[in-house]
Design a binder for this molecule. Structure first.
Ligand code: SF4
Length: 511
């Protein structure tokens, strides 16, 4: 389609009143098929796979807008077999599964069902459901709705069982639930640091936590492993071998990211420079160099490529005493946004001379005109909330410095929000349904939502099976009709006290 066009003229003709009709024999666009499945616009009570077996859709799964299968966490029952949880992939035709290289791709190994438009009767694995014979309305009647309204509508399958009791609460009370969940998250992360510090020391625990945070969700473990292999205080990290370039060569070498053949283009000189350093110590690291399969690279935006994260980690190591800089930052006063900007400056070391990484994404990429930061504000917020503030709190408590511990907690709750993401959007849809609940704008609010997802939703699954979160909400007495809407639970201790159930975070969900 030409640039600037969002749909073709032929598609516009199919709009109501247009000159064309949806062709009976045409396969509709995949995005329509996704909406049909998402909203279950099919005769759900008489579904059959193309292999003849009956299929019951207990939950269609969550629509995935990121790389990977189109729907995740569906709950399906084939014939009389026990229900299974897994992913669903939508392709217009049966051959799409091979053509799109899903077969053998680890990202698709949890696919339990393939959806196509039409297919002949056949056995296949994963099993196939054809949509066309099961539509609950003619495609002609659905076409306009599928194109315009369906993508923005929340399917009835999405809100969880807690949605109804949460709707009874005033916005202040919802914020209190989320605040308590965030506090649990902070406490748990701090406890994890305290345990690791006993074995490895406080600075090493911080180094491992920060490196892990650079792994985002897919490469946490290889990044942590890099940090474990290069402990602070190790001889390799001292003396003349601790320049930025030396650390870049070392960490990229151990990570297995230094190409063994010189690439063409602008990366050639950079690889040569780093190999000049790496070859001297390569033998030292032989046997612990990370295998390529450990890194997950599929579906990662170029700017987030792990090579760039490793480069940033190398700069942190070359900086030396990061803890001194953090201690100085804790002594500084200022608004939340000022403190966030100051921490961002600490975590973004100045560029080195002729910095290759400012204008290149990886060793093989072309030169980009605009500058590419190694760290953005959203990631700084993630690192502050998940690593630095819990670590500072844990270390201060271990040293009986209660003022410093309190200040870490205060900063945690004041911190501005990090970027939105699919997990947060899903949490808001499941907990609050259409409308998304009251505004939850701080970084701690986001942490609280993540904690509820972790404690309850991930364990209970999309059907909310045996989740006790709704019961916990009801038993707080917050839905008391005599309660003034908007009253802060913290002004009424009776409301926040657990009522027969453990308080939030002493999870009641089945493990
Ligand atoms: S699993 Fe629990 S917390 Fe999650 S949506 Fe369902 S009822 Fe709510």
């Amino acid at each position: 389609m030409p640039p600037g066009f969002t749909e073709s003229y032929a598609e516009a003709r199919r709009w109501p009143g247009g000159g064309g009709r949806v062709q009976e024999s045409a396969v509709p666009p995949e995005r329509w098929m996704q909406q049909i499945w998402r909203h279950q616009r099919i005769h759900r009570d008489r579904l059959h796979l193309v292999d003849g077996r009956r299929i019951r859709v207990l939950h269609p799964g969550y629509w995935n807008r990121e790389p990977g299968p189109d729907f995740t966490e569906a709950v399906l029952q084939f014939g009389d077999d026990p229900a299974v949880r897994g992913d669903v992939e939508v392709d217009r035709t049966v051959s799409g599964w091979r053509q799109h290289r899903h077969l053998g791709n680890p990202a698709y190994e949890r696919v339990r069902l393939r959806i196509v438009w039409s297919a002949p009767a056949t056995n296949s694995s994963p099993p196939v459901l054809a949509l066309e014979p099961h539509l609950d309305s003619p495609l002609d009647d659905l076409a306009f709705w599928l194109d315009t309204q369906a993508p923005a509508l929340l399917p009835g399958s999405l809100p969880g069982l807690c949605c109804a009791p949460l709707r009874e609460l005033a916005p202040e009370q919802i914020r209190e639930v989320v605040r308590q969940a965030a506090e649990v998250r902070l406490r748990e992360r701090a406890a994890t640091f305290a345990v690791r510090a006993v074995a490895a020391g406080w600075e090493q625990a911080l180094w491992e936590g920060m490196a892990g945070a650079l792994g985002y969700k897919h490469n946490v473990w290889p990044m942590r492993r890099l940090a474990e292999l290069t402990p602070l205080g190790d001889a390799a990290g001292s003396g003349p071998a601790c320049s930025v370039e030396a650390w870049e060569a070392r960490l990229l070498g151990i990570a297995g990211f230094l190409p063994t053949e010189l690439p063409r283009g602008p990366g050639r000189a950079q690889v040569r420079r780093l190999w000049d350093l790496w070859w001297r110590e390569r033998d030292t690291w032989e046997g612990v160099t990370l295998p390529a399969f450990l890194w997950r690279l599929g579906g990662i935006r170029p700017a987030n490529h792990p090579q760039r994260r490793v480069v940033l980690a190398a700069r942190w190591r070359a900086m030396g005493a990061l803890t001194d800089a953090l201690d100085a930052w804790m002594r500084r006063a200022g608004s939340a946004s000022r403190l966030a900007a100051d921490l961002g400056a600490i975590l973004t070391p100045p560029a080195v001379t002729e910095d290759y990484w400012i204008h290149h994404v990886t060793f093989r990429s072309e030169t980009r005109g605009r500058r590419l930061p190694l760290l953005g504000a959203a990631r700084v917020a993630e690192i502050a909330l998940n690593v630095i503030l819990p670590w500072i709190q844990a270390r201060a408590e271990a040293a009986h410095r209660s003022d410093a511990a309190r200040e870490a907690v205060r900063r945690f709750f004041l911190w501005p929000a990090a970027g939105d993401n699919a997990a947060l959007r899903l949490a808001r849809q499941r907990l609050f349904g259409e409308g998304g609940g009251p505004p939850l704008r701080s970084g701690a609010d986001q942490q609280g939502l993540h904690q509820i997802l972790q404690d309850f939703c991930r364990r209970a699954g999309p059907l909310c099976g045996e989740c006790r979160f709704p019961e916990w909400i009801r038993r707080q007495g917050w839905a008391d009709p005599n309660l003034e809407p908007g009253v802060s639970p913290s002004q009424n201790p009776g409301l926040t006290r657990p009522n027969g159930l453990p308080s939030f975070g002493e999870s009641t969900a089945p493990r």
